[in-house]
Design a protein around this ligand. Structure first.
Ligand code: SF4
Ligand code: SF4
Length: 95
């Protein structure tokens, strides 16, 4: 599940674009985090995505820079939270 999701078909294709996957729009409403820990279980770099997401001021201490933007945390989240996107936004804000 590497890559970036975008809501429209307006995109710039560059030389490093490997593929484009067009999926049915079945976005579900985000529900509150139920602290199930599934995002932590799957994170390949051993982050605690929900903790970072809910404590942006502690993101650096929680090693946000190790995030490789894989999207597994979003994929497994039963509350349909865009965890990766939230972490990405926090990371960008810290630059
Ligand atoms: S998988 Fe989703 S609901 Fe579960 S702890 Fe992570 S962010 Fe919260
Ligand atoms: S997107 Fe980042 S925080 Fe989420 S599972 Fe991948 S490495 Fe971990």
């Amino acid at each position: 599940m590497m890559g970036t999701s975008i809501p429209s078909d307006e995109l710039i294709i560059t030389g490093d674009t490997n593929s484009i996957l067009i999926m049915e729009d079945n976005k579900q409403k985000e529900l509150p985090c139920i602290k199930c820990g599934k995002c932590t279980e799957v994170c390949p770099v051993n982050l605690i995505p929900s903790l970072i997401m809910n404590n942006p001021k502690k993101a650096k201490v929680l090693n946000i820079n190790k995030c490789m933007n894989c999207g597994l945390c979003s994929y497994v989240c039963p509350s349909k939270i865009e965890v990766r996107e939230k972490i990405k936004a926090i990371k960008e804000a810290l630059k």
